[in-house]
Design a protein around this ligand. Structure first.
Ligand code: ATP
Ligand code: MG
Length: 262
């Protein structure tokens, strides 16, 4: 049995009278891929925001490699080894593909690459090293992306932009990677390529754990080891994709939601 990397216990996030998350408990093992599904507004992104310190949990505990996450600032959580992508793109549109990844590396370099970029000349060797590592990382995530490394991020196709966000998140050398709807805006072919790319990354970094929020049921059927279903802020099911999708209450949650394509 692999050690538990993340243990969430009765986590709630409330906004005034609204419980965006209510008493959600689950664990994630090292090297595991957990899928998170549920209708719009179910609390999926809220869970990521709580884990990464953007929202503070109103109740419950979240232990990551033995450290309590709740109440810690975002940068500290990145340092602990949690990285994420967002539902909507947060790339530096005017910077090159390569530099977007270099920025991600700055939490892992001594001088701080961001600082070095600003005062160019200083710490040049570190910067060159970072550029090399960023290029390697791009190659790992997608050769296609690597070949476009000198283009501006804004010039990339939507699917490549999403891939670049994953590469940038990986630059912080996370133990846990949170992906919020990475296939949004992708067609079937691009989604299949994304699954292949994520598998390649997992092969390179065998201890990496992933939580992936997805509406694309073909991806959910294929990639995660296990799936957790949220509805109105509560966990309503957990298990293999096949087992949870057979459940009456899961089908009910999706009725009228029009987001399930399974
Ligand atoms: N900062 C906030 N302030 C107030 N309400 C919020 C805030 N963030 C999220 N919510 C509410 O919490 C609920 C859960 O939202 P969340 O974004 O987590 O849903 P989701 O499952 O990610 O949905 P989607 O599939 O549409 O992305 C929604 O009702 C949302 O309006
Ligand atoms: Mg969301």
């Amino acid at each position: 049995m692999s050690p538990m990397l993340l243990e969430c216990d009765a986590v709630s996030v409330r906004f005034g009278g609204l419980a965006a998350l209510e008493g959600v408990s689950f664990t994630l093992a090292q090297g595991e891929i957990l899928g998170i599904i549920g209708p719009n507004g179910a609390g999926k992104s809220t869970l990521f925001n709580a884990i990464t310190g953007i929202y503070r949990a109103s109740a419950g505990r979240m232990r990551f490699a033995g450290t309590e996450l709740n109440g810690r600032p975002v940068h500290r959580i990145v340092e602990l080894g949690i990285a994420r992508t967002f539902q909507s793109s947060r790339l530096f549109a005017d910077m090159s593909v390569l530099d977007n990844v270099v920025i991600g590396l700055h939490t892992r370099t001594k001088t701080g690459v961001l600082d070095a970029v600003l005062r160019y000349g200083r710490a040049r060797r570190e910067l060159e090293d970072a550029a090399r590592r960023a290029a390697d990382l791009l190659r790992t995530v997608s050769v296609d992306l690597f070949e476009q490394r000198y283009r501006r991020a804004s010039e990339l196709a939507q699917a490549d932009r999403r891939r670049l966000e994953i590469a940038r998140a990986l630059a912080t050398e996370p133990k846990l990677l949170l992906l919020d709807e990475p296939s949004s805006g992708m067609d079937d072919r691009e989604t299949k390529a994304l699954v292949r790319d994520i598998r390649t990354v997992c092969k390179e970094r065998s201890d990496l754990s992933i939580m992936i929020i997805e509406h694309d049921m073909s991806l959910v059927a294929e990639l995660p080891d296990r799936v957790m279903v949220l509805d109105y802020g509560r966990k309503i099911a957990e298990g293999s994709f096949e087992s949870v999708r057979a459940l009456e209450r899961v089908q009910q949650a999706y009725l009228g939601g029009a987001t399930a394509h399974a």
